[in-house]
Design a binder for this molecule. Sequence first.
Ligand code: ATP
Ligand code: MG
Length: 373
Amino acid sequence: MHTHAQRTIDYQLLVDHLSTSILLVDTDLNIFYLNSACEALFDISSLRAANTPVLHLLEIPDDDFDTQKALRNTLEKGQAYTRREAVIRVNFQNLHVDYTVTQMQLDKTQPVFLLIELNPIERMLKIAKEENLIQQHQVTRQLIRGVAHEIKNPLGGIRGATQLLARSLNDPKYNEFTDIIINEVDRLRLLADTMLGSRQLPSYVDVNVHEPLERVYSLVSNQTKKKVKLTRDYDLSLPSIQADRDQLIQVMLNISVNAVQAILENKAFYRERENHPELIFRTRIQRLVTINNILHRSVIRIDIEDNGPGIPADILEAVFYPLVTGRANGTGLGLSIAQNIIHQHNGVIACQSIAGKTTFSLYLPWESQHVAK
Ligand SMILES: Nc1ncnc2c1ncn2[C@@H]1O[C@H](COP(=O)(O)OP(=O)(O)OP(=O)(O)O)[C@@H](O)[C@H]1O
Ligand SMILES: [Mg+2]
């Protein structure tokens, strides 16, 4: 019994509140304990992780570094070590981490453990490139709007004058020509409207991203009629976000339509590879993502992925720019509009593409407590 009031600390609670990920590993190199941050990092529960080999988490194929040997060395000799920018595999994605391994004995009667502290450094690197894009993109966007505006201005006049002309000519044999002018003017006006982008201010409401995603899913599935296998891989525990539902649909649709076009216009690609067109809608929580210099503890990631031929190499770096297109009759506005919308939601769209796998990932923040970098 303590004679005077003494504060005690619940160390378990303390460790679970650390933002550093902590792993305890036993002498067989099996996981003995991991704290909450670590559970979140690897997206596994302590229950599932307990007694599984730690090498499953720390080792990736084709790594020159002998993780097992290094861990054993620390166990036996007590020599701590730190690995910088190590690559680990989390949910089929590469994650860069710094980690430190130290030997630890809880008390003399107990066996030795390895204490591994991990600090993820990834995502900031990767998305920085996209951020550059956003900034350049906004300048171009202004330019485009200016041009669209100037194109649109005289169109009304041309259309009106043509109608007057048609009426005063009053001769069916000229109608063909005046109709051409009117139709082309209408087409230009539509294009200019798309270039200007929507004038409506976004209205933000609570949205579960699966809702718009399901809408797009059914639209695409109607459009492709079994020609494309559609796969849904949702993390249904995602929190809802403040977003404009219609705009999200537009973004997801623009990206999906591109994928479907790439698939259906390249049947030969599938014939050669003897596989079938597939489009995947995937949702995930993604830890530690920096967007626009703001580090988010976690954001929502929505992947729209196809197994088509991939984005042509010459436009890959610039796909999000307006007017960049790889298709004969494309306007090259779809992705630029999509990026713009997601940017207004404080998010970003990133893209990775090789032949057989093209992924557009929407990163959308959902929590309000942002941590400044
Ligand atoms: N999933 C994909 N697979 C292959 N290429 C793609 C894919 N998504 C986009 N692209 C390429 O990126 C280009 C730009 O796409 P974007 O949606 O911005 O314009 P667009 O589809 O050409 O025209 P718009 O969408 O305005 O009608 C496309 O023309 C296409 O070449
Ligand atoms: Mg498009």
